[in-house]
Ligand binder design. Sequence first.
Ligand code: AMP
Ligand code: ZN
Ligand code: FE
Ligand code: FE
Length: 307
Amino acid sequence: MSAIPSELCPPAPASGPATPSTAGARAAGAFADLHLHTFFSDGTFSPEELAGHGARCGLTAMSLTDHDTVEGCPRMALACRNLGIEFMTGAELTAELDGIEVHILGYYLDAENPSLQTKLKQFQSVRQNRIHEMVARLNRVHIPLRAETVFAIANCASPGRPHVGRALVQQGFCTSLDEAFDRFLKKSRPAYVPKFKISALDAIALIHDAGGLASMAHPGLNRNDDVIPALAVSGLDGLECFHSKHTPAMTEYYLDIAARNHLLVTGGSDCHGYNKGKPLIGGVKLPAVYFDRLQERRRSGMVKSEL
Ligand code: AMP
Ligand code: ZN
Ligand code: FE
Ligand code: FE
């Protein structure tokens, strides 16, 4: 692994939202990134590279939340352990409530849980079939991309649109990933294929059944605030208030929503690899006090309905 220049790690915002002072067990200045992707889904870093970036950015805790898979977690756990970083197994599930898309992050998952394993396999199979469907649609608009090319680039069980985009760039059909999404892959474009989505309530139940805590990802990105109260009373544990696409004002806004709905606070960069020459990891630092509360809830062994 090559050395990572520290200037690649953006500093934490100087005037971000206020951090509450509670009985946080950790030293001030301890930070977590709880939303990260590797090449086990649509990220580009290996788990070891990602952990290395986290260490360089001074993170004290990390979670790997690849789409519909926990496959990268054992490697990431080992890499984190070697670097003195706390790690929790995670995953990001694409779900829906009343037709509204919701991404649900699962934390502290038992990767060996049979129902979780079965469901993740199903989601991965849906993703693989969807690649064939997207390629067929591209072929219909005279883009002769082959599914094998996409699968070779993805090289993982949980392929997605970014892999199709990378294949379009590699084969010279597009000059950038942005162009691939804009012309072909985003909603209402010719190769867009909606993905089967588990109901958000089932996603929360699945995560709880696997011993985990469920947090709703990047509400500011999906603009689906209306579903938060309904999910909160249905067992959702947390809200991702800190995210790289949230402004400080949005973070404050979601911290308030989390407090009003008795939700834990989570946060992360949603780093998928290099973005304009820099990894996003380190740009969003979840203050340790929130991570401590997550751990306290987990240690209590209780889900929200039992509190
Ligand atoms: P999928 O789960 O296959 O529908 O792909 C969703 C993923 O595509 C997201 O997690 C992002 O990583 C990525 N993505 C979504 N929109 C864009 C975009 N406009 N440009 C680049 N990547 C995108
Ligand atoms: Zn992604
Ligand atoms: Fe997401
Ligand atoms: Fe994500």
